[in-house]
Structure formats: C-alpha cells, structure tokens
Design a protein around this ligand. Structure first.
Ligand code: GDD
Ligand code: MN
Length: 389
C-alpha cells in the first residue's frame, strides 16, 4: 500500500528536521509498504519550509506543499487532496509535527487498517491512552470539554477521543467525503471529518496512545478555533438531525398560518388588535399539533397530550421573550442598523431555545435516556467502536 503521513506545520523549524529523520526510521521498519511524508506548511515565517527543502535531495518520499495560512483544517484538506490526487495514496495519516504523537506508534495504527478498519484514531481517552501528567487543570478541562461537545452536541458519543489529531484513514473512505463541504478552517476539522466518516459508514477504531507535550515551540490553537469548534458542533447537530429539520419546517408552516388567520379575521371585519393574538395562538396550536403528531411522533407515549400542549405554549411564550429581548438589545447596541435586521436576528436564539426546550422538556426522549443510562453502567471495551445510526 502507498501510505502518506501528512504533518501540517506552522513555525515548527525546531521540530521538523528531527521529525523527518524519525519518520524515515519508522518507515524503514515496515518495508512492506511504500511510505511518504508530506509536510503541509503555510509559509511559516520561521523558515520551516527551508528546513524541509534542505532535506529533500536524496529523499524522494519527502514532499512539501505550501499555501496561505488559513488554519489547521484548511491545511489538512489541501494535504489530503494532494496525497490522494497527486501522490496516489491508499492510506493517509494525520499527525502533529511537534512530537506530541510518537512516531513509534505509526505501525500500531496501520495494523488496525490492515485488519479492516477504515478510520483509526490514536486515542488518549480509551483505556491505556493518556494525556501528559503535567497538564494543569485548565488544559485537562479544555480537552475534556471539547470532547464532551463533540460527542454529545455533534452526536458522536461512541467515540472517546473525537478531537485527536493522530489518525490513519483509508483513502476509499476519504473519497466518500466531500472535504470542501466540511466548512471548517481550524481545529474543528477533526470533528467535522470524523462525523462525516461515521455518517459515510466508516469502521472506526480507537487505539490507546500517550499524548506527549511538545518541548519546542508552542501550540497554535486560538480563540477563533474555539469559537469555530463550538459553532461547528451545533451546525453538525442541526443539519444531521431530522428532528430539527422537521421542527424548522413546522415553524415555517406556523408563519403561514399566523399570517393567513390574521388576514382572514381582519378581512371579516375583526379589529386588528384582537386578530393578532388569535392568529398567534392559532399558529402555536397548529405548530403543536404538527410537532406532536409528526416531528416528535415517536416520543408521544411520554405523558399527556394536554400537558404537552401547555408546555409547548409556555415554551412559545418564552421564545417570544427571547426574540423580543434580542430585538431590544440589538436596537440599543446598533441604532444605525435598520430594525428589520434586529427583528430577524431575534429568530435565531429564539428557535434554538424553542427547539432545545421542546426537545428535552415538552417531548423528552425517555427511551433514549434510559438506553444511555444503561450503556453507562456497562463497562466499555477499549478501542471497539460501532457505527452510529
Ligand atoms: N499548516 C498549518 N497551518 N499547520 C498548523 C496550523 C495552521 O494553521 N495550526 C497548527 N498547525 C500544525 C502545528 O504546527 C502542529 O504541527 C500541528 O498542526 C498541531 O498544532 P498544535 O498547535 O501543536 O496543536 P495542539 O497541540 O494545541 O493540539 C493537538 O491536540 C488537539 C486535541 O487536543 C492537535 O493534535 C490537534 O489536532 C488536536 O485537535
Ligand atoms: Mn501540539
């Protein structure tokens, strides 16, 4: 097989030469495969690329790909495309250039590919894996929180280390994913790619690795990456959740009902101040009925319809307040912007709150809750991950 180890670099001059040598030594230990090393550098000002160029003569398997700095994910997308289309890879690795991932672990990941896995993760959070002992509580908390968001918001609960940057991936799996549609530039790429692979039906396997703290240079993770990470997790949740799409569709019918009833009543001669609340409540009721009998149909067994209707009404009232609150705050903060934009912006937080409250309170998925409690009480087998439906 042709294997391409992709290491993105930004200001890794102090690591990259050592890394090239370390990888070559590892490659030589598994001669049954054709190994390549692709460095994806974003014109690092410290001259990382020059250090690679100096090593290239006599090393046909050492490649350098340059580009503008757009983030870790953008660098990986470029690197993966190059590995697939120019180098003809069968398997690609993701690996950091700062020795946080031990070159000696490369063959262990490959063994799982050889045994039939499509997507192998060098995992810090399965039994036998570890993070550096010297990490302070905030780094630990950051990493754990990142994984909680990835697992439970993006919806990949079966994978323990969703953010890991040490992976071996079959190109046949990558080809099923349109990298351009992942819409992420930074570290969020790790979760976006994993989610896309799981959705494509990839056989994912986690194997334990020890994550080592870098001794040279510094981490490039920035605030922008963190914001993108959280937004991306929600984006994945909402676009891959049929329930949310149905909920949004029902919301749209509510708008039509609201305006339709309002027009009808006023044309029948009713005062517009009386017509408005009647139209609003009618749309809340029709929304409830659609959600009750369609969106959340599978959860209807949980509790009485009348109670659910009441809860739904309360939630609608609360989202009205959220929407109005947003309108007021934005109007005060940005008085020069036309008020229609403030009114429109209010829809976003109101819909999110509306959906979350209705999904977890009005129409709770008791069956799923029971199942995950059951799962938690069963000790997990390290490393074995099933596909999520
Ligand atoms: N080309 C390029 N462009 N490379 C980048 C960029 C970029 O914008 N940002 C980071 N890199 C390179 C670094 O030079 C390094 O080789 C590798 O990507 C990882 O970057 P670090 O900055 O060392 O990441 P980290 O140690 O904070 O994060 C690691 O752990 C995370 C999970 O906790 C990485 O493995 C992440 O991928 C992982 O999500
Ligand atoms: Mn690092």
């Amino acid at each position: 097989m042709k294997i391409v180890v992709i290491t993105p670099t930004y200001n890794e001059r102090d690591n990259v030469a050592r890394l090239v040598h370390a990888l070559q030594a590892e490659f030589a230990r598994v001669p049954r495969h054709e190994w390549h090393h692709l460095v994806v550098d974003d014109a690092s000002p410290d001259g990382t690329a020059d250090a690679v160029r100096e090593l290239q003569p006599g090393r046909p398997g050492l490649h350098l790909l340059m580009g503008p700095r757009q983030g870790l994910g953008a660098a990986y997308v470029r690197g993966m495309r190059h590995a697939m289309d120019e180098l003809g890879a069968d398997v690609v690795y993701e690996m950091d250039a700062d020795f946080s991932h031990r070159p000696a672990d490369l063959p262990r990941l490959l063994r799982e590919i050889e045994c039939g896995a499509d997507f192998v993760i060098g995992s810090r959070y399965v039994e036998g894996g570890s993070i550096p002992a010297q990490w302070g509580w905030h780094r630990k908390a950051n990493s754990l929180l990142g994984n909680v968001v990835a697992r439970y918001v993006a919806g990949i609960p079966q994978v323990r280390d969703c953010t890991a940057g040490f992976r071996a991936i079959r190109v046949s799996t990558l080809r099923q994913i349109s990298l351009g549609e992942l819409r992420v530039q930074g570290y969020a790429f790790q979760v976006a790619l994993l989610h896309a692979a799981v959705t494509a039906g990839a056989r994912v396997k986690e194997i334990p690795v020890d994550f080592v703290d870098r001794t040279h240079g510094e981490s490039k993770l920035g605030l922008r990456d963190i914001v993108e990470f959280v937004v991306n997790a929600w984006w994945i949740r909402f676009t891959s959740s049929r329930t949310f799409l149905k909920f949004a569709a029902v919301g749209a019918t509510g708008v039509v009902v609201n305006l339709g009833v309002f027009t009808l009543l006023t044309s029948l001669g009713l005062n517009k101040y009386a017509a408005s609340p009647i139209a609003i409540e009618t749309s809340i009721v029709t929304n409830f009925l659609f959600n009750n009998y369609w969106t959340f149909r599978a959860r209807r067994g949980n509790g009485r319809t009348r109670i659910r209707g009441l809860k739904f009404n309360l939630v609608s009232l609360l989202s009205l307040c959220v929407s109005y609150g947003t309108f007021v705050v934005l109007s005060v903060l940005f008085p020069a912007v036309p008020p229609q934009w403030h009114q429109l912006a209010g829809i976003v937080p109101a819909t999110l709150i509306n959906y979350l409250l209705n999904s977890y309170w009005t129409f709770p998925d008791l069956e799923r809750r029971r199942a995950s409690e059951l799962l938690r009480s069963i000790p997990a087998t390290p490393g074995d991950v099933q596909q999520n439906d």
